[in-house]
Write a protein that binds this ligand. Sequence first.
Ligand code: SF4
Length: 228
Amino acid sequence: MRIAELFFSVQGEGLLLGVPSAFVRTTGCPLRCVWCDSPYTSWQPEGETISIEAILDRLAVYPTKYVVVTGGEPLVAAGIEELCQSLRQAGYHITIETAAIVYSPVACDLASLSPKLSNSTPHHREGGRYALKHDQQRLRPDVIRAFMSQGDYQLKFVVEHESDIGEILALLDQLPPVRSDRVLLMPQGITSDALRDRGPWIAEWCKRHGFRFCPRLHIELFGNRRGT
Ligand code: SF4
């Protein structure tokens, strides 16, 4: 498989926040979010080809049975089904972090679904040449519904503007009833300052709607660095 990085850290986002976890980051993503925090998997994908057996060998040295399969967009990575099946057979708790634009019934214990709002559209990057395609692909309620029916999930939204709440509520209207504490609102930002600027008004939305506030712990602990 084409892998951008393999590392051991603490989960920085979501319901398993703070849990020591191994990360398998695939490379390649059909989207081009303007603020993508791993452009080495989307705008300029890089990585090395590693067999699934070698991935498992490298994970085995980490003292955890929690693994996060992330990207890029892991659901478009060749071999993702086999990887997840092998992780399950090896006894891992598997979180898959996906933008939920492609469905596959992969082995998974927590589907971390992160549908992208219009704040992600790259209107002003590379002359906006990816903007239209991005907008056509970024929201797939049918894919989200499929993951929701498969097992445990969280819906994680990257929030940048105060107007984003309307898009979130409109998408939730297209889904089966979602437990409000499974809806996570996470500030957009790759610096502690940016996260602190947006955090307070996002927290107010969480109080109003019963949603869960989602920090970016790895940014707070380590900054925006690879391998964390
Ligand atoms: S979906 Fe994720 S990996 Fe793909 S461009 Fe957006 S933030 Fe980056």
